[in-house]
Design a protein around this ligand. Structure first.
Ligand code: C2E
Ligand code: CA
Ligand code: CA
Ligand code: CA
Length: 278
C-alpha cells in the first residue's frame, strides 16, 4: 500500500519527487508548445538618450502555457538551451521579430520603430546553420539587414572565441548590427573584444542598478561607456528603472537606454499604443 501511495504522488507531481523528471516533462511540453504555436514575442523599447526618442526594440520570448499561464524566459530558456530546443525556439523568434520589423518598416511613419534586436544563445552561435538562416529570414521578409541587431552574451563569445569571431564576421558580411550583451559579467579581455566585429556594447543591468548608489558600479558603467566609445561602439544601458539612473547615464554620455523606467517588454498592440501615447 505504501509503494502504491508513493507511485501516486509521483504521478501527480513528478517534479516534487525528482527534478530530473520535471525537467524531462518541461522539455516535452516545450517541444509541443513550440509546434503548437504557444510562443510569443514581447518587445521592449530602447531609447536614444540624446533625442529622447524610441530608437528600436528588443524581442524577448514568452511562452503562453495552456495551464501555467504566461511563462518568462527564466522558466524555460535554460532547459531549451541544454536540450537543444533553443535552435527551434530561436529560429521562431528570429522569424517573428524580422516579420514584425518588416511590417513596422512598411507602416507609414515608420511604425513605433524599425530597429529590432534579437537574442542569440550560446548554442545558436555555435550552430553552422545560423548564418544561412539569418540570411534566408531577412530575404524572405524583405527587411533591411542594418535594421536587425543580433545580441550575443559576453559569455557565449568567450566559449570558443575563434569560432565566435568567424561567425560574427559572416553575420557582419550580411549587413546586420552586432551587440555584446550582459557586458561586464563575463571575462572578455580587451584583446578579444577588439577582434569581434561589434557595433554595440550593452552594459549589464546589475551595474546600472547600482549606478546612483555605489561608486564602484558608477565607475564600472563609466568605464564601459568609455571603452565602447574608444572602440567605436555605441553604449547601451539595460535595466534603467529610475529618472536618476537615466540622468546619470546622460551625464556619462551613454548613447541608449532601456528599462522599466520607459516601458516593460510589451505585446505588439500594447507597444503600438505606448508609442502613440508618447
Ligand atoms: P537579456 O537579454 O539581458 O534581456 C533583458 C531582461 O531584462 C529581460 O528579461 C527584460 O524583461 C528585463 N528587463 C528589462 N528592463 C528591466 C528593468 O528595468 N529592470 C529589471 N529588473 N529587468 C528589466 P526577460 O524577458 O525575462 O529575459 C531574460 C533573459 O532571457 C534575457 O536577458 C535573455 O538572455 C533571455 N532571452 C529572452 N528572450 C530570448 C530569446 O528569444 N532567445 C534567447 N536565446 N534568449 C532569450
Ligand atoms: Ca539581450
Ligand atoms: Ca542583457
Ligand atoms: Ca542581463
Amino acid at each position: 500500500a505504501k509503494a502504491r501511495g508513493r507511485a501516486r504522488v509521483e504521478l501527480h507531481d513528478p517534479d516534487v519527487v525528482d527534478p530530473a523528471v520535471g525537467r524531462l516533462r518541461l522539455i516535452g511540453e516545450l517541444r509541443r508548445g513550440i509546434a503548437e504555436g504557444e510562443l510569443r514575442v514581447h518587445y521592449q523599447p530602447r531609447m536614444d538618450l540624446r533625442g529622447d526618442r524610441v530608437a528600436g526594440v528588443e524581442a524577448l520570448v514568452r511562452w503562453q502555457h495552456p495551464e501555467r499561464g504566461l511563462l518568462q524566459p527564466g522558466d524555460f530558456i535554460d532547459v531549451a538551451e541544454e536540450s537543444g530546443l533553443v535552435r527551434r525556439l530561436g529560429a521562431w523568434v528570429l522569424d517573428s521579430a524580422v516579420a514584425q520589423g518588416a511590417a513596422w518598416a512598411r507602416t507609414a511613419g515608420g511604425g513605433p520603430t524599425t530597429e529590432i534586436a534579437v537574442n542569440l544563445s550560446t548554442r545558436q552561435l555555435g550552430d553552422p546553420d545560423l548564418v544561412p538562416l539569418v540570411a534566408e529570414v531577412l530575404d524572405r521578409h524583405g527587411l533591411d539587414p542594418a535594421l536587425l541587431t543580433l545580441e550575443v552574451t559576453e559569455t557565449a563569445l568567450m566559449e570558443d572565441p575563434d569560432a565566435a569571431a568567424a561567425t560574427l564576421r559572416a553575420l557582419k558580411a550580411l549587413g546586420v548590427t552586432l551587440a555584446v550583451d550582459d557586458f561586464g559579467t563575463g571575462y572578455a579581455s580587451l584583446t578579444y573584444l577588439q577582434r569581434f566585429p561589434l557595433d554595440e556594447l550593452k552594459i549589464d543591468r546589475s551595474f546600472v542598478a547600482g549606478l546612483t548608489e555605489s561608486r564602484g558600479d558608477a565607475a564600472i558603467v563609466a568605464t564601459c561607456v568609455h571603452l565602447a566609445h574608444s572602440l567605436g561602439l555605441r553604449a547601451v544601458a539595460e535595466g534603467v528603472e529610475t529618472p536618476d539612473q537615466r540622468r546619470a547615464l546622460e551625464d556619462l554620455d551613454c548613447d541608449m537606454a532601456q528599462g522599466y523606467h520607459y516601458a516593460r517588454p510589451l505585446p505588439v498592440d500594447e507597444l503600438d499604443r505606448w508609442c502613440a501615447a508618447r
